[in-house]
Design a protein around this ligand. Structure first.
Ligand SMILES: [Zn+2]
Length: 283
């Protein structure tokens, strides 16, 4: 499942082909994905110019000159592909539409953006840009972990009455927007905090320590996604999936990477999700 760094990488890959460009044709190839598509979606998109491509949590937000914003969520398996736009030495011709290509946008600059989603948990919606903060998907979100509203004071305050395990609390999108299972595991490992610890029992100092760690973990992942854009996207037109080096995630039974630690990475299930951690390093 794409997490915040993957979505940010997709945004950075798409902005040169979408920002400032007009949608000259919108081919909506089914009624909807996770939810039905908005009424007259093709009509509302056709002729609109993309003024800005932003992101809030894991939502891509294309602000249109019609006063509306196109909200896109990749869900579990959604992918956005670019074709027909020369980037560097690569040029991808438009492929024939595939079964799971659900929305195809042709841009005035010759680029085609295709939303492909085999499992169809993705979503697209249109809303007035001025009312975006009140949209049902957006209004429930806490602050952006890389934004200014997220700081030590905020997090200490948000967690002090939380009796759930710290792992579960950090996954709550109302507390931090866009932090998912993989990166929470990595964050807790780097911060040396056991995932089953109750959030309310952690000292302010340990909670505060999480803030720079969250920023670092996400920032590094975005950076490695960014460096993958040059060769990877241009090699096959697909955005947002890149090689990761996780320290605990997916490493059950393997030795801990901390120097001098003899521990092995363990896996437990919390709120139905796998948690990976080192019992020696995380207390
Ligand atoms: Zn360890």
């Amino acid at each position: 499942m794409p997490e915040l760094p993957e979505v940010e990488t997709v945004r950075r890959g798409l902005s040169p082909v979408m920002e400032g460009a007009q949608i000259v044709r919108a081919d909506i190839r089914r009624e909807g994905l996770r939810w039905p598509f908005p009424d007259r979606m093709a009509d509302r998109l056709t002729g609109a110019r993309v003024q800005r491509l932003g992101r809030r949590s894991k939502y891509l937000l294309a602000d249109l000159d019609t006063g509306e914003t196109l909200i896109t969520h990749l869900g579990m398996s959604g992918r956005l592909l670019i074709s027909g736009h020369p980037l560097g030495k690569f040029h991808h011709d438009h492929p024939a539409p595939e079964k799971h290509d659900h929305v195809v946008l042709d841009m005035g600059n010759g680029a085609r953006v295709t939303f492909n989603d085999p499992r169809r948990f993705g979503a697209m919606d249109l809303c007035e840009t001025s009312g975006l903060e009140g949209h049902k998907l957006i209004r429930v979100l806490g602050p952006e972990p890389l934004g200014n509203a997220f700081d030590e004071r905020y997090l200490v305050d948000a967690l002090k009455h939380r009796n759930s395990p710290i792992k579960t609390a950090l996954l709550d999108q109302g507390i931090i927007a866009g932090l998912g299972n993989i990166y929470v595991c990595e964050v807790l490992f780097r911060a040396g905090i056991h995932p089953a610890r109750k959030a309310s029992r952690l000292s302010s100092a340990r909670i505060s320590r999480l803030v720079p760690v969250i920023r670092d973990v996400l920032g590094e992942a975005i950076e490695s996604g960014g460096s993958s854009l040059n060769d990877y996207r241009q090699a096959d037109g697909e955005l947002g999936y890149f090689q990761h080096n996780f320290r605990v995630y997916g490493r059950e039974g393997q030795p801990c990477v901390t120097q001098g630690c003899a521990g092995k990475i363990r896996r437990i299930t919390q709120s139905g999700r796998s948690t990976f951690y080192c019992a020696q390093c995380q207390r």
